[in-house]
Unconditional design. Structure first.
Length: 221
């Protein structure tokens, strides 16, 4: 897979290195010359392009047009939005992922700006904290397609309406899917005859219209 990462700070650098180690073809774009030169020695297997990724000519230099994924990972939300819009509209990149630095700006990171998936570190950490300590409450982990698709998680409480019932009988909405069940540190791929137990961690993909119904089915509230 060909990936272009913009922003050579700690987040972008480690992401590029990790993807490179996993065997992907990675290009990292950094606008600070001194940092770009250092990145060349820190990440010798990653192609480094010096320049401002908000400029189409720099994205051309990074061969964004051939990329499968662009990750806008700079420390500036405005830059990440501009990069995402250019990647999607000017270069027709199939998948654009953008980093949200300030949660108050998260509402802008949607398909109108070319963003397929936004990642807000503060919100993600909050969700993971809630997921780790909360039983019987639906927690939103990630949002895709500008919030039109959401990954949610709930640890089933003893009084969950889903307990001792097979998946096929729960009446999950057509625009929602139970994607996995974590039980006793093992992942169960759910089928129609999968029966839910107290303590099951249930992961579901939902839409805004189906989220409340899934919440009712799994938590009763």
């Amino acid at each position: 897979m060909k990936v272009v990462v913009t922003g050579g700070g700690a987040v972008g650098r480690h992401l590029a290195q990790d993807l490179t180690e996993r065997g992907h073809d990675v290009t990292l774009v950094e606008q600070r010359r001194d940092l770009a030169e250092k990145l060349g020695t820190w990440a010798p297997d990653t192609r480094i392009v010096y320049g401002d990724a908000c400029e189409p000519r720099i994205l051309e230099k990074a061969d964004v047009r051939a990329a499968d994924v662009v990750v806008a990972a700079t420390g500036d939300d405005e830059d990440n939005l501009v990069i995402s819009l250019l990647a999607k509209q000017e270069f027709a990149v199939p998948r654009v992922i953008a980093r949200v630095n300030h949660p108050k700006n998260e509402w802008m990171f949607n398909e109108n700006w070319g963003v397929d998936l936004s990642v807000s570190t503060p919100h993600l950490i909050t969700a993971l904290v809630e997921e780790a300590v909360t039983v019987g409450r639906l927690v939103r982990i990630l949002q895709f397609e500008g919030g039109q698709a959401r990954l949610v998680e709930v640890t089933l409480a003893e009084n969950s309406p889903a307990i001792d019932r097979p998946l096929a009988e729960l009446g999950v909405p057509r625009d929602a899917t139970i994607v996995a069940v974590v039980r006793a540190e093992h992942v169960v791929m759910p089928r129609g005859d999968t029966v839910f137990e107290p303590g099951d961690e249930v992961l579901a993909m939902v839409t805004p219209d189906s989220e409340e119904e899934v919440r009712r089915i799994l938590t009763g509230g």
